[in-house]
Design a protein around this ligand. Structure first.
Ligand SMILES: NC(=O)c1ccc[n+]([C@@H]2O[C@H](COP(=O)([O-])OP(=O)(O)OC[C@H]3O[C@@H](n4cnc5c(N)ncnc54)[C@H](O)[C@@H]3O)[C@@H](O)[C@H]2O)c1
Length: 412
């Protein structure tokens, strides 16, 4: 039996109900969720009703419960600072969903507070601990594309709120169009954490963009504010260049003003690795490299043509065969289900075994500084030199364990 670590969860909205609570309670043996709290009481009550052992608690009760060691902050980004600060001031370790704070200054204040108090502070996204992300790290470190030289990260989704619910009350607060929750913060974190996992710290950044269409209109006829204008107060499109400390050069293009795209690729001296979706734990990843694959023969449908006595091999007989240069890389790591919360489990083992957690606040602080730096560059027209650094998190050992056995790779 693993000795469990007691945690209290603040914020029982979409992601808590959809994924986290189930994973924390039923997927990781080391996590013991004892309390749930939300400013909307019924949400915390739902958790208590559905998960035996989880009590509905007020913020005060949770912060003052001596048994609770970690506060899991799953509130929306606007509330991340207040809840994290309160938890640190009450001597609790903190795991917080992305981004750790809406601004770099606030993130730095919390980072310094955690250090001053000697508390562990970790931040999502933890998806870089997922199966394909750890595979990519292992394969790149093993030289499958030679020396990595460039990385291209591009993601866009069109966020034009036409839901009848958008922003009618806290229950329907659509954070991706509010400061700190905007798309570069919301989805950018996944790409940044994975790029840091692969290449380490970024030295400097520059970019264009910002808040492209600040004034918008409630477009859904069913919305109570239909036809009224509202103001978006967060950057919605950033197009940036990144220079990593290790010499890798990157692009980071992120927008909620255009239709959907997603490209995530690393190019190296001997090949190109096509990465997966860093917001997911399991996506096939492939490598394109001269000689990556023995010649493949596309067998045409229908009966095999009679052998041509003049042909010297099968490929000529079939006529259409082309040697493929792209191979799917075998998956070598666990955590391939949707296991948000694995970063929290890793943090629990880090506390138990006195080691550094993989989702260390260094990574979260560095990521929010990248977003901050790109905005500064947009404003000043100059490069932004990063002031923070972070180590690449320790890779996870490759594992062929079954789902319930994967957790043991964290217990070192
Ligand atoms: N929704 C997703 O798909 C998703 C996926 C991964 C990560 N996340 C991250 O998880 C976090 C939460 O996202 P969500 O979609 O669950 O948001 P949400 O708005 O659905 O839920 C947030 C909850 O926090 C509560 N809350 C806010 N401030 C509070 C306070 N001061 N005290 C107590 N409760 C408070 C709200 O009432 C709400 O129930 C965000 O940081 C987001 O980036 C969301």
């Amino acid at each position: 039996m693993v000795e469990q670590i007691k945690v209290g969860v603040v914020g029982c909205g979409g992601i808590c109900k959809g994924t986290y609570m189930e994973n924390m309670v039923n997927k990781f043996a080391i996590i013991d969720v004892v309390g749930a709290c939300d400013q909307i009481d019924s949400r915390a009550q739902w958790m208590a009703d559905h998960y035996p052992g989880v009590k509905k608690m007020s913020l005060d009760e949770m912060m003052n419960d001596p048994e609770i060691q970690i506060i899991v902050n799953l509130t929306y980004p606007e509330s991340h600072v207040a809840i994290t600060k309160m938890a640190l001031e009450h001597g609790k370790h903190v795991y917080v969903e992305k981004m750790m704070a809406p601004t770099f200054e606030e993130a730095k204040m919390l980072y310094d507070l955690a250090r001053e108090k000697g508390l562990m502070y970790t931040t999502a996204p933890d998806t870089f601990l997922g199966s394909w992300e750890q595979d990519a790290r292992m394969y790149l470190d093993n030289g499958v594309i030679g020396e990595p030289r460039t990385v291209h990260a591009q993601i866009s989704r069109y966020y034009d709120p036409d839901t009848p619910f958008f922003d009618t009350e806290p229950r329907y607060f659509f954070f991706p169009l509010h400061y700190g929750g905007g798309f570069p913060f919301d989805l950018g974190g996944y790409f940044l954490h994975e790029m840091i996992n692969l290449f380490g710290s970024i030295r400097r950044v520059c970019g264009f963009g910002g808040n492209l269409f600040p004034e918008r209109t409630y477009k859904n006829p069913k919305h109570p504010k239909y036809g009224e204008k509202f103001e978006v107060n967060t950057p919605t499109t950033l197009i940036a260049a990144l220079e990593f400390e290790n010499g890798v050069l990157g692009t980071f293009n992120i927008s909620s003003d255009t239709q959907n795209t997603m490209i995530f690729e690393v190019a190296g001296s001997e090949g190109v690795m096509h990465l997966g979706d860093p917001n997911s734990f399991r996506t096939p990843i492939t490598v394109t490299r001269p000689g990556a694959n023995p010649s493949e023969i596309d067998i045409p449908r229908g009966p095999k043509p009679a052998p041509d006595p003049n042909a010297d091999n099968d490929r000529q007989v079939l006529g259409e065969a082309k040697p493929s240069q792209t191979v799917i890389l075998p998956s070598m790591h666990g955590f391939y289900e949707s296991l948000r919360g694995v970063g929290l489990a890793d943090m629990c083992y880090a506390l138990k075994n006195g080691r550094r957690p993989r989702c260390h606040a260094d990574i979260g602080l560095h990521s929010i500084e990248v977003i901050h730096g790109i905005q500064e560059s947009c404003r000043t027209g100059r490069f932004y030199e990063m002031t923070t650094k972070c180590e690449r998190p320790e890779p996870l050992p490759a594992s062929a364990y079954s789902a319930s056995g994967q957790e043991r790779v964290l217990d070192e």
